[in-house]
Design a protein around this ligand. Structure first.
Ligand SMILES: [Zn+2]
Length: 344
């Protein structure tokens, strides 16, 4: 089969022939119909030298994908050949303390498909049956690849009641774009988006933001309070991981507000912990991955009812063999793209 493979500790990857994976008893073999590119994939593609993010070489990456079941392990119950599935990339152990407390997404023994074990940027992929979400019909087939990132946004946004609230979405990469639409559908009074890319700000408005602000243009806090009022926003969904964005988000948040920490900073942050968080009664919540499978039920409902339409954020499609064009677009300074779908 063909796959997108990290073959050396240099930036980039290679499109080449590899063996079709053999499945274990608790796994499914799926014929991948689509994959989307996420931050984890970008990290592996762009990494090089001693910082190479692939666990071993060669390595097939890809954390966001969907496909059709073609082979079923003897212990993989509840699936039939031809089932259409989307993949939950977090492989949970099922027996640790977090797993037993309904927190499988932060399992103590967590492994991630496409980061720790081979992923879905390939014609076929082996996935544990317990990480497979079976679609009940074909209505989400065109967006099956984005369920994983979309679910993270659902988790980040809907962990608390947003009805009548003002929400600041900091960072309009695809998960921020999804978050804008989910917040709107969740009853938010106003959704304010922040991103330096003009292209992504326009997309954010299309997805439901009432206004989109360029944080690099200056006077950002004043522009935010002009929309939400001097008291500040009720919730910040911080999806950029930028140090200045975190600082700005905390300043924009009203006392007692909720700060969702989702974006991953590349360096340690310096915060006025006492002044910005403790004394202002901020509720700080780290969000990683999706609640398994609570977030999946929520997203199925949001998508099938039409309450959220993520499709305007899916801006480009390329075939696997043209993967370099997709990564170049995401890596470009202008970032004139939303979610990019790759197909075999
Ligand atoms: Zn566990």
């Amino acid at each position: 089969m063909k796959a997108i493979v990290k073959i050396s500790r240099t930036r980039g990857a290679s499109y080449r022939d590899v063996e079709v994976p053999e499945i274990k008893k608790d796994e499914l073999l799926i014929r991948v119909t689509a994959a989307s590119i996420g931050p984890g994939d970008l990290a592996i593609h762009n990494s090089a030298g001693p910082d190479c993010a692939a666990p071993a070489l060669p390595f097939i990456f890809g954390q966001e994908f969907c496909g059709e079941v073609v082979e079923i392990g003897s212990l993989a119950k509840g699936f039939e050949k031809g089932d259409f599935i989307s993949v939950e990339s977090h492989i949970f152990c099922g027996v640790c303390g977090q797993c037993r407390n309904d927190q499988r997404h932060i399992c103590q023994n967590l492994r991630v498909i496409g980061r720790d074990v081979p992923g879905g940027l390939a014609e076929y992929a082996a996935v544990p049956a317990r990480c497979s979400w079976k679609h009940t019909d074909d209505s989400l087939k065109d967006i099956g690849a984005i369920m994983e990132p979309f679910g993270s946004s659902v988790h980040a946004v809907l962990a608390d009641d947003l009805v009548g609230r003002t929400v600041l979405i900091s960072g309009c990469a695809p998960q921020g774009l999804f978050a804008a639409a989910i917040a709107k559908a969740g009853g938010a009074k106003r959704v304010i988006a922040l991103d330096p890319s003009d292209y992504r700000r326009r997309l954010a408005v299309k997805m439901g933001a009432c206004t989109a602000i360029d944080p690099s243009a200056g006077n950002c806090l004043a522009k935010i309070t002009k929309v939400c009022g001097p008291e500040g926003v009720d919730a910040v969904i911080e999806m950029s991981g930028g140090a200045r964005a975190v600082e700005l988000g905390l300043k924009a948040l009203r006392p007692g507000g909720r700060f969702v920490a989702f974006g991953l900073p590349v360096t340690n942050l310096s915060l006025d912990y006492a002044g910005d968080i403790v004394k202002r009664g901020i509720r700080l919540e780290g969000v990683a991955g999706r609640e398994i499978f609570r977030s999946w039920y929520k997203m199925e409902s949001l998508l099938k009812s039409g309450a959220v339409n993520p499709r305007p954020a899916l801006t480009h499609r390329f075939s696997f063999k043209d993967f370099s064009k997709a990564f170049a677009l995401i890596n470009s300074k202008e970032q004139k793209c939303g979610k990019i779908i790759l197909t075999p």
